[in-house]
Ligand binder design. Structure first.
Ligand code: NAD
Length: 257
Protein backbone atom coordinates (compact mmCIF):
# COMPACT_ATOMS: atom_id res chain seq x y z
CA UNK A 1 0.00 0.00 0.00
CA UNK A 2 1.31 3.40 -1.00
CA UNK A 3 0.15 5.49 1.99
CA UNK A 4 0.72 3.13 4.94
CA UNK A 5 1.28 4.99 8.22
CA UNK A 6 0.35 8.32 6.66
CA UNK A 7 -2.29 10.72 7.93
CA UNK A 8 -4.09 12.72 5.21
CA UNK A 9 -6.45 15.66 5.54
CA UNK A 10 -8.66 16.29 2.50
CA UNK A 11 -10.92 19.34 2.20
CA UNK A 12 -14.07 19.14 0.09
CA UNK A 13 -14.13 15.40 0.79
CA UNK A 14 -17.92 15.11 0.58
CA UNK A 15 -18.12 15.06 -3.21
CA UNK A 16 -16.22 14.82 -6.50
CA UNK A 17 -12.42 14.83 -6.39
CA UNK A 18 -12.22 15.04 -2.59
CA UNK A 19 -14.55 12.09 -2.07
CA UNK A 20 -12.79 9.92 -4.69
CA UNK A 21 -9.43 10.82 -3.11
CA UNK A 22 -10.61 10.05 0.44
CA UNK A 23 -11.75 6.60 -0.69
CA UNK A 24 -8.53 5.98 -2.63
CA UNK A 25 -6.15 7.28 0.06
CA UNK A 26 -7.88 5.09 2.66
CA UNK A 27 -7.65 2.06 0.35
CA UNK A 28 -3.91 2.76 0.14
CA UNK A 29 -3.56 2.65 3.92
CA UNK A 30 -3.85 6.31 4.94
CA UNK A 31 -5.76 7.47 7.99
CA UNK A 32 -8.03 10.09 6.47
CA UNK A 33 -9.60 13.21 7.93
CA UNK A 34 -12.43 13.95 5.51
CA UNK A 35 -13.32 17.63 5.79
CA UNK A 36 -16.32 19.32 4.18
CA UNK A 37 -18.93 21.98 4.83
CA UNK A 38 -21.60 19.34 4.12
CA UNK A 39 -21.76 17.21 7.28
CA UNK A 40 -24.05 14.53 5.85
CA UNK A 41 -21.95 14.03 2.71
CA UNK A 42 -18.71 13.67 4.60
CA UNK A 43 -20.25 11.31 7.13
CA UNK A 44 -21.36 9.05 4.28
CA UNK A 45 -17.82 8.99 2.85
CA UNK A 46 -16.34 8.13 6.24
CA UNK A 47 -18.93 5.41 6.86
CA UNK A 48 -18.01 3.86 3.50
CA UNK A 49 -14.30 3.86 4.37
CA UNK A 50 -14.83 2.44 7.85
CA UNK A 51 -17.23 -0.26 6.66
CA UNK A 52 -14.62 -1.49 4.20
CA UNK A 53 -11.96 -1.72 6.93
CA UNK A 54 -10.25 1.65 6.50
CA UNK A 55 -9.60 4.44 8.99
CA UNK A 56 -11.25 7.83 8.61
CA UNK A 57 -12.86 10.62 10.62
CA UNK A 58 -15.27 13.31 9.45
CA UNK A 59 -14.66 16.97 10.12
CA UNK A 60 -17.34 19.52 9.32
CA UNK A 61 -16.17 23.05 8.65
CA UNK A 62 -15.85 25.91 6.20
CA UNK A 63 -12.47 26.55 4.54
CA UNK A 64 -13.63 30.14 4.10
CA UNK A 65 -13.26 30.59 7.87
CA UNK A 66 -9.79 30.84 9.36
CA UNK A 67 -10.86 29.35 12.69
CA UNK A 68 -12.21 26.23 10.95
CA UNK A 69 -8.97 25.76 9.00
CA UNK A 70 -6.94 26.04 12.19
CA UNK A 71 -9.26 23.63 14.00
CA UNK A 72 -9.24 20.98 11.24
CA UNK A 73 -5.46 20.69 11.49
CA UNK A 74 -5.58 20.39 15.31
CA UNK A 75 -8.31 17.77 14.90
CA UNK A 76 -6.14 15.69 12.51
CA UNK A 77 -3.16 15.82 14.87
CA UNK A 78 -5.20 15.01 17.96
CA UNK A 79 -7.08 12.21 16.22
CA UNK A 80 -4.11 10.46 14.58
CA UNK A 81 -0.99 11.95 16.20
CA UNK A 82 0.46 13.71 13.15
CA UNK A 83 -0.31 15.07 9.69
CA UNK A 84 1.67 14.04 6.58
CA UNK A 85 -0.58 14.86 3.61
CA UNK A 86 -2.59 18.05 3.25
CA UNK A 87 -4.94 18.14 0.26
CA UNK A 88 -6.45 21.64 -0.05
CA UNK A 89 -9.14 20.70 -2.52
CA UNK A 90 -12.40 22.44 -1.56
CA UNK A 91 -13.51 25.08 -4.02
CA UNK A 92 -16.58 26.75 -5.47
CA UNK A 93 -17.72 28.02 -8.86
CA UNK A 94 -20.44 30.65 -8.47
CA UNK A 95 -23.25 30.55 -11.04
CA UNK A 96 -23.20 34.38 -11.21
CA UNK A 97 -19.47 34.55 -11.92
CA UNK A 98 -19.00 36.01 -15.40
CA UNK A 99 -16.87 38.77 -16.98
CA UNK A 100 -15.39 41.92 -15.43
CA UNK A 101 -18.39 44.04 -16.35
CA UNK A 102 -21.06 41.86 -14.78
CA UNK A 103 -19.39 40.01 -11.90
CA UNK A 104 -20.51 41.47 -8.55
CA UNK A 105 -18.00 42.28 -5.85
CA UNK A 106 -19.81 39.85 -3.58
CA UNK A 107 -19.25 36.97 -6.03
CA UNK A 108 -15.60 37.94 -6.42
CA UNK A 109 -15.05 38.15 -2.63
CA UNK A 110 -16.85 34.87 -1.87
CA UNK A 111 -14.88 33.02 -4.55
CA UNK A 112 -11.54 34.44 -3.41
CA UNK A 113 -12.35 33.76 0.22
CA UNK A 114 -13.02 30.06 -0.28
CA UNK A 115 -10.75 29.23 -3.23
CA UNK A 116 -7.70 31.32 -2.30
CA UNK A 117 -7.84 32.18 1.39
CA UNK A 118 -9.05 28.63 2.14
CA UNK A 119 -5.85 27.26 0.58
CA UNK A 120 -3.73 29.93 2.29
CA UNK A 121 -5.24 29.11 5.70
CA UNK A 122 -4.85 25.37 5.06
CA UNK A 123 -1.15 25.99 4.45
CA UNK A 124 -0.79 28.53 7.28
CA UNK A 125 -1.87 25.96 9.86
CA UNK A 126 -1.10 22.75 7.95
CA UNK A 127 2.54 23.35 7.02
CA UNK A 128 3.61 23.72 10.68
CA UNK A 129 1.91 20.36 11.33
CA UNK A 130 3.85 18.76 8.45
CA UNK A 131 7.05 20.23 9.89
CA UNK A 132 6.19 18.70 13.29
CA UNK A 133 5.77 15.34 11.48
CA UNK A 134 9.22 15.66 9.84
CA UNK A 135 7.86 16.56 6.40
CA UNK A 136 5.07 15.75 4.01
CA UNK A 137 3.14 16.55 0.87
CA UNK A 138 0.79 19.46 0.19
CA UNK A 139 -1.54 19.25 -2.80
CA UNK A 140 -3.56 22.30 -3.80
CA UNK A 141 -6.35 21.93 -6.34
CA UNK A 142 -6.06 24.61 -8.99
CA UNK A 143 -7.50 24.08 -12.49
CA UNK A 144 -6.65 24.12 -16.19
CA UNK A 145 -8.28 27.58 -16.24
CA UNK A 146 -5.24 28.84 -14.35
CA UNK A 147 -3.26 28.46 -17.59
CA UNK A 148 -5.87 28.95 -20.36
CA UNK A 149 -8.37 31.73 -21.03
CA UNK A 150 -11.95 30.91 -21.97
CA UNK A 151 -14.61 32.84 -23.86
CA UNK A 152 -17.22 31.38 -21.50
CA UNK A 153 -16.08 33.53 -18.59
CA UNK A 154 -15.92 32.84 -14.88
CA UNK A 155 -13.46 35.57 -14.02
CA UNK A 156 -13.34 35.30 -10.24
CA UNK A 157 -12.93 31.51 -10.42
CA UNK A 158 -10.18 31.76 -13.05
CA UNK A 159 -8.31 34.42 -11.07
CA UNK A 160 -8.66 32.36 -7.88
CA UNK A 161 -7.10 29.31 -9.53
CA UNK A 162 -4.26 31.43 -10.93
CA UNK A 163 -3.59 32.56 -7.37
CA UNK A 164 -3.55 28.96 -6.13
CA UNK A 165 -1.02 28.01 -8.79
CA UNK A 166 1.30 30.95 -8.01
CA UNK A 167 1.00 30.39 -4.25
CA UNK A 168 1.81 26.70 -4.68
CA UNK A 169 4.96 27.40 -6.67
CA UNK A 170 6.29 29.84 -4.09
CA UNK A 171 5.49 27.58 -1.12
CA UNK A 172 7.27 24.72 -2.92
CA UNK A 173 10.44 26.80 -3.14
CA UNK A 174 10.21 28.10 0.43
CA UNK A 175 9.83 24.63 1.96
CA UNK A 176 11.89 22.55 -0.49
CA UNK A 177 14.70 21.92 2.02
CA UNK A 178 12.34 21.04 4.84
CA UNK A 179 11.16 17.76 3.33
CA UNK A 180 7.88 19.35 2.32
CA UNK A 181 6.68 19.10 -1.27
CA UNK A 182 3.94 21.42 -2.52
CA UNK A 183 2.23 20.71 -5.84
CA UNK A 184 -0.81 22.01 -7.69
CA UNK A 185 -3.24 19.60 -9.24
CA UNK A 186 -4.84 21.15 -12.32
CA UNK A 187 -7.83 19.10 -13.45
CA UNK A 188 -9.44 19.57 -16.83
CA UNK A 189 -13.25 19.65 -17.13
CA UNK A 190 -14.76 16.91 -14.98
CA UNK A 191 -18.09 15.21 -14.67
CA UNK A 192 -18.58 16.35 -11.05
CA UNK A 193 -21.39 18.38 -9.46
CA UNK A 194 -19.29 21.55 -9.57
CA UNK A 195 -18.98 21.68 -13.35
CA UNK A 196 -22.22 19.91 -14.27
CA UNK A 197 -24.18 22.47 -12.20
CA UNK A 198 -22.42 25.23 -14.17
CA UNK A 199 -22.70 23.58 -17.61
CA UNK A 200 -26.30 22.69 -16.95
CA UNK A 201 -27.50 22.01 -20.49
CA UNK A 202 -26.38 19.49 -23.10
CA UNK A 203 -25.50 22.41 -25.41
CA UNK A 204 -23.19 24.00 -22.81
CA UNK A 205 -21.50 20.65 -22.16
CA UNK A 206 -20.92 20.01 -25.86
CA UNK A 207 -19.55 23.57 -26.24
CA UNK A 208 -16.87 22.71 -23.67
CA UNK A 209 -16.16 19.22 -25.03
CA UNK A 210 -15.26 20.65 -28.44
CA UNK A 211 -11.97 21.72 -26.84
CA UNK A 212 -11.08 18.43 -25.17
CA UNK A 213 -9.01 16.17 -27.46
CA UNK A 214 -10.26 13.07 -25.66
CA UNK A 215 -13.83 14.23 -26.31
CA UNK A 216 -15.16 13.48 -22.83
CA UNK A 217 -15.24 14.91 -19.31
CA UNK A 218 -12.78 13.49 -16.81
CA UNK A 219 -13.92 11.43 -13.85
CA UNK A 220 -13.16 12.31 -10.22
CA UNK A 221 -11.37 8.95 -9.84
CA UNK A 222 -8.92 9.92 -12.59
CA UNK A 223 -7.95 13.01 -10.60
CA UNK A 224 -7.76 10.98 -7.38
CA UNK A 225 -5.17 8.73 -9.08
CA UNK A 226 -3.05 11.80 -9.81
CA UNK A 227 -3.52 13.07 -6.24
CA UNK A 228 -2.36 9.68 -4.94
CA UNK A 229 0.84 10.03 -6.97
CA UNK A 230 1.49 13.49 -5.51
CA UNK A 231 0.63 12.35 -1.98
CA UNK A 232 2.86 9.27 -2.04
CA UNK A 233 6.62 8.84 -2.11
CA UNK A 234 6.29 7.89 -5.80
CA UNK A 235 6.58 11.64 -6.44
CA UNK A 236 9.53 12.18 -4.05
CA UNK A 237 11.43 14.44 -6.54
CA UNK A 238 8.33 16.39 -7.62
CA UNK A 239 7.64 19.82 -6.15
CA UNK A 240 6.27 23.14 -7.44
CA UNK A 241 4.57 21.29 -10.28
CA UNK A 242 1.38 22.34 -12.06
CA UNK A 243 0.19 18.82 -12.69
CA UNK A 244 -2.32 19.05 -15.54
CA UNK A 245 -4.70 16.11 -15.72
CA UNK A 246 -6.92 17.42 -18.44
CA UNK A 247 -7.67 15.06 -21.33
CA UNK A 248 -5.21 17.08 -23.43
CA UNK A 249 -7.17 20.36 -23.33
CA UNK A 250 -4.11 22.53 -22.64
CA UNK A 251 -2.22 20.93 -25.55
CA UNK A 252 -4.93 21.46 -28.13
CA UNK A 253 -5.26 24.09 -30.82
CA UNK A 254 -7.61 22.11 -33.03
CA UNK A 255 -9.17 18.91 -31.75
CA UNK A 256 -10.02 15.77 -33.76
CA UNK A 257 -13.53 15.58 -35.29
P1 NAD B 1 -17.70 19.16 -6.06
O1 NAD B 1 -18.66 20.28 -6.07
O2 NAD B 1 -18.13 17.82 -6.57
O3 NAD B 1 -17.08 18.98 -4.60
C1 NAD B 1 -16.65 20.08 -3.85
C2 NAD B 1 -16.84 19.79 -2.37
O4 NAD B 1 -16.33 20.92 -1.64
C3 NAD B 1 -18.31 19.62 -1.96
O5 NAD B 1 -18.47 18.45 -1.17
C4 NAD B 1 -18.61 20.88 -1.16
O6 NAD B 1 -19.56 20.67 -0.13
C5 NAD B 1 -17.23 21.22 -0.60
N1 NAD B 1 -17.13 22.63 -0.24
C6 NAD B 1 -17.60 23.70 -0.93
N2 NAD B 1 -17.33 24.82 -0.25
C7 NAD B 1 -16.69 24.47 0.87
C8 NAD B 1 -16.18 25.19 1.98
N3 NAD B 1 -16.29 26.52 2.05
N4 NAD B 1 -15.56 24.50 2.97
C9 NAD B 1 -15.46 23.15 2.92
N5 NAD B 1 -15.95 22.41 1.91
C10 NAD B 1 -16.55 23.07 0.90
O7 NAD B 1 -16.46 19.71 -6.91
P2 NAD B 1 -15.14 19.03 -7.52
O8 NAD B 1 -15.29 19.06 -9.00
O9 NAD B 1 -14.77 17.78 -6.84
O10 NAD B 1 -14.11 20.18 -7.15
C11 NAD B 1 -13.05 20.02 -6.25
C12 NAD B 1 -11.96 21.01 -6.63
O11 NAD B 1 -11.56 20.79 -7.98
C13 NAD B 1 -12.39 22.48 -6.55
O12 NAD B 1 -11.35 23.25 -6.01
C14 NAD B 1 -12.61 22.84 -8.00
O13 NAD B 1 -12.45 24.21 -8.24
C15 NAD B 1 -11.54 22.01 -8.68
N6 NAD B 1 -11.71 21.75 -10.11
C16 NAD B 1 -12.83 21.17 -10.59
C17 NAD B 1 -12.95 20.96 -11.95
C18 NAD B 1 -14.20 20.37 -12.55
O14 NAD B 1 -14.35 20.38 -13.77
N7 NAD B 1 -15.09 19.81 -11.75
C19 NAD B 1 -11.93 21.33 -12.82
C20 NAD B 1 -10.79 21.90 -12.30
C21 NAD B 1 -10.69 22.12 -10.93
Amino acid sequence: MRLSNKVALITGAGSGIGKASALKFAEEGAKVVAMDINAAAVKEVVDRIVSSGGQASPYTGDVGKEADCKAMISFAESQYGALHILFNNAGIMDGDDADAISTDNAVWDRTMNINVKGVFWGCKYGIPALLRAGGGSVINTASFVAVLGAATPQLAYTASKGAVLAMTRELAVIHARQNIRVNALCPGPLRTDLLMDFLNTEAKQQRRLVHVPMGRFGEAEEIANAALFLASDDSSYVTGLDFLVDGGITSAYVTPE
